[in-house]
Each structure stands twice: as structure tokens, then as C-alpha cells.
Ligand binder design. Sequence first.
Ligand SMILES: Cc1ncc(COP(=O)(O)O)c(C=O)c1O
Length: 380
Amino acid sequence: MIPGPTMVSPRVLRVLAKPVLSHVSGEFVDGFVEALELQKKIFGTEGTPFMLSGSGTLGMEAAISNLIEKGDKVLCVENGFFGEKWEEIVGPHGGVVDRLRFDWGDALDLKMLEEKLSSNDYKAFTVEHVDTSTGIANPLDKVGELAKGTDALYIVDSVCGIGGMPVKMDAWNIDYCLTGSQKAVGAPPGISMFCLNEKAWDVVEKRKTPIDDYYANLKRWKPIMDNPRGYFATPAVGMVLGMLEALRIIDEEGLEARWRRHEVFSEAYMAGLKALNVDWFPAKGSEAHTLTVPVIPESINDSDMRGLMRIKYGVIIAGGLGKLGGKTVRVGHMGCCTNNDLVATMSAMEMSLMELGHAMEAGAGVGATEKVLTTLKTEA
Ligand SMILES: Cc1ncc(COP(=O)(O)O)c(C=O)c1O
């Protein structure tokens, strides 16, 4: 129950166990084509999809190395660990960083962003969909309204969002969006997925200077994404087909139903925490649906609690990230996580807190979680 890598459906695991195919075999090429079509669906775009071997970070770096030229200004919008990561990528590729920084977990101030963007001298700006360090979700749709009035490219990191929360690239004016395979999409780590709309692709095409990447040069990969029978570098055939199975599972569940399920998981876990007198981290009303970030009561040592949860109850959650280490823990509830997984996690947390002396009523957290989960109607 960490916020990625997440649990993977046995359906995906069975595909991964199959014999390795040739990268130019009909079976693989057909699978790759279908996977790219399904990728466009979860990104909500008619733009160009890319599916490469790598992790989410590859999608971040490919955005900068392909869209940014020496001296281009990039505004990094930051309210957590991953938002701040963009700065480290922009510099080495010759871009000039400006930042709009908020305290970790604070909601993004749209007015301040609008003022920054109105200067209109940014080539691009980066926004985290969900910052996995704090559990905050930024309002991509509202930022998209601001993006409409500017030439700057709107770049979104949805590594911890897509597959669990709405992303509508085309409707929300997002020019470049990326995710990884190991979170709400429900596959193992190893695949980097991103899409560019026409505006972004035009910027790549019309660059004045060469792209300073070889493997992540999207001009080399575009012909392969248009026709996966071609060759530039060997795709991770097994992983692509595993990804295809994960994408089929999403398609069968339906995006709206899947988004709703994640929303209810988030509400249910927060209701449980409230009943246990445990607070959670990001600004209220801005919580992501893919993970919850409880703030550990002062009398409790977070690693004692996580240790009990793991050893005694068999549930693994993550510690706080960066400066939130020791103060928070992170519970991932995305991808193929079930109602039972959520209840078991709340139960393990509740019993561990009780054993460590936290003042609470036995069963209160689980009861509150269950109540919210029953609001999610499912046909029997
Ligand atoms: C929001 C976010 N962005 C980017 C990354 C980096 O992705 P990866 O570790 O797959 O390279 C992560 C990883 O957890 C993340 O949570």
C-alpha cells in the first residue's frame, strides 16, 4: 500500500510471464498499436503518444530536452518534492529556471500563477498533478484556463494521477503530459508514457538547435510510435504487453468509474483518520485521490507504527518523503487496490496506533472507512 510501485493484477503478471516475442512480430506490433491507442484515451488526447522503456523521470527529462532550447525560460510551479525536481532537469539542458514556490502541501495560488504567466516570456511552465510527497492534487483544469491565454507550453507531471484521477489533456489545454507505469495505471515500473499535442510537437519540429539527447530524442521515436513495426531501439516487449493488459483493465472498468472509485477510497481513508483523531497533510480540499498522507501523532514514532503494520499485520505503507520524513506516512490506494485492501490498511494502522498508546476507540477508524465505502454502489 505504498504510493508506487503499486500492486499489480494477476492478469498483468500472467502476461509478463509469457515467452519473449520478437519486437517486429505481428503479435507484438499489434499489441503496441493497441496500447498506444489506449494510452491516448487515459490521457484524454488526440495528440501523439510515446511509450518508452524508462521510468517517470524519463518523461520529465524528455519534455525539457525536446521542448527547451538554450536560454529558454521555464517556470517551475512547486508545492512539494517532485515539483522541485523540475529545476534539476531544466538547468542541464540549457533552460533558465524561474520558480513559483509554495510551502509543501499548500494549494497553488491561481492568481499568483496568472500574474507570472501574464509576463508571457516563458517558453514553458511545469505543474505537478499530484505531488506524491505531500498528497496534494493541483487543479489542472483551472490552470488550463490560464494556459489558454499564454504562448507558454503547459507541461504536467501526472505520474501519481493518471489512471486514478481525471486528466483531460485536450480539454484542459495541456501541451505535454507524462506518467509512469507503476502507480495508478497498475503495471510494474519500467515504462514511461507521455503525450504531446500539436502545439508541443510543432515546437519540437521547429527547434533552431539540435536536441541534446540521443535515446530521448522524440524525433527519432515519432516514426516508431506512428508505426511500431519500425526500429530505432528495442522496445521492452514484455513490459509493453504487460502495460497493454493494465490499460485494457482500465478500459473495461471505465475511466469515470475508476476515477469515482479512487475518490471514494480517498474519502473513506480520510474519514477513518478523522475517527482516529489523526490529521492528514495537504491543504484541505486539495487532497489527491490516489494516496493519503496521515500526520503522525506527536507521541508516536512513525517507524514503530509502520514496523508493526508490516510485521504484525502484513501491510506495507511508505514513510514521509524529504522534509516530511518522520512526521507523516504515505498510504497509496490506487490502481488495482480493492475495498478490502483499504479496510485492511485502516485496520492495521488503527491496531498499531492503539498498541503504541494512541488515545482512540477500537474499531472507530475501520467503521468510518466502511461507511464511506458503502456509498460506492456496485452491481452484485
Ligand atoms: C509525482 C511524481 N513525479 C515523478 C516521479 C518520478 O518517477 P520515477 O520514479 O518513475 O522516475 C515520481 C515517483 O514517485 C512521482 O511520484
